[in-house]
Design a protein around this ligand. Structure first.
Ligand SMILES: Cc1cc2nc3c(=O)[nH]c(=O)nc-3n(C[C@H](O)[C@H](O)[C@H](O)COP(=O)(O)O)c2cc1C
Length: 303
């Protein structure tokens, strides 16, 4: 029998454990011709701010070993244009498209999330952890992170995820503060701060100098965050995210405590990676004799 891959993330049912990570599939509709969205539980559109943001000048992506550096700076059209021009294109894609709200101030976050909710978006990730906004990493501070979540929770009725940073000194404290402020789940994690230098030009590989590092090297770091948060708060739903490109990676995050798993950078190498992951995952579960993936959530055993 085909294993049941459906999951439950707080109050949100997911037909599949994989979620396309914000910013790695554009605003989702751009990938419709190359990606089979039916294998995903949800797809998160690129983060959106209150006013349009230009992003940083090129170069803003660079390879770094088996990972990738990006310093895009969240180029986006702003919430009003996003609602008018993007949201209508989400219909008919065959996947729930979630919004990702970002801002420089609490009020900006609220404005964006309210706009998304009014446009009928099913769920919203609060991007507290973009590494490319100078001085505004809300996720480093439990109090500032909770302030944003509480303000959004007070004005937006849709399910909310708080996207956190692996650079937090105490990710458990930040996750707890966000949950206490009304987040329905946490996303662990965004990219980790990283940099590269071109020795020929002697310039940093990104114009912003420091950017976000993602891909396979991020996996152990994100898994550490998932394990720590799941141990401290077993009832708080988690989306694990970082370096996932295979069914085995998905299983690792699920066993560690994740109820859904983000797939990001792997899309740049193969936009159909989701199809391969889900096919392999079904076969792997069959061989393991596991009928329902959700039975594996948080089943990690202590030594
Ligand atoms: C090019 C690029 C753009 C990204 N843009 C966003 C974004 O707009 N909002 C966000 O929350 N995360 C963004 N991320 C972070 C990813 O959603 C994901 O959390 C991170 O890359 C780790 O997962 P991965 O190793 O599978 O890529 C971006 C990542 C990359 C590589």
């Amino acid at each position: 029998m085909k294993p049941d891959l459906s999951m439950t993330l707080g109050s949100v049912p997911l037909r599949s454990p994989i979620v396309a990570a914000a910013g790695t599939v554009g605003s989702v509709f751009e990938f419709a011709d190359v990606t089979d969205w039916s294998v995903y539980g949800a797809a998160v559109a690129k983060s959106v701010s209150g006013d349009p943001w230009q992003g940083r000048p090129a170069p803003r992506v660079a390879p770094a070993g088996v990972g990738m550096l990006n310093g895009i700076g969240i180029q986006n059209p702003g919430i009003d244009a996003w609602v008018d021009s993007y949201v209508p294109r989400f219909r008919g894609l065959g996947v729930p498209v979630w919004g990702s709200a970002v801002g420089n101030t609490v009020d900006e976050f609220v404005r964006v999330a309210s706009g998304m909710a009014a446009a009928g978006i099913d769920a919203i990730e609060i991007n507290l952890s973009c590494p490319n906004l100078d001085g505004h990493l809300f996720a480093l501070d439990p109090k500032r992170a909770a302030e944003v979540v509480a303000a959004i929770r007070g004005s937006v009725p849709v399910p909310l995820g708080a996207k956190l940073s692996p650079n937090s000194e105490d990710v458990v404290a930040v996750a707890g503060a966000c949950a206490g402020a009304g987040a329905d789940w946490v996303v662990l994690t965004n990219t980790v701060w990283g940099a590269g230098v071109d020795v020929t030009t002697r310039r940093p590989k990104l114009t912003g100098m420091i950017g976000g590092y993602s891909g396979p090297p991020l996996k152990p770091i994100a898994l550490r965050c998932v394990l720590e948060v799941a141990r401290a708060m077993p009832d708080l739903p988690i989306v694990g995210c970082g370096g996932v490109s295979s069914a085995e990676d998905v299983l690792e995050f699920v066993v560690a405590g994740a109820s859904a798993v983000g797939v990001g950078t792997a899309h740049f190498a193969d936009p159909r990676v989701g199809t391969r992951i889900i096919r392999t995952l079904s076969n792997r579960l069959r061989r393991m004799g596991v009928a329902r993936l959700k039975d594996l959530v948080g089943t990690v055993e202590p030594w």
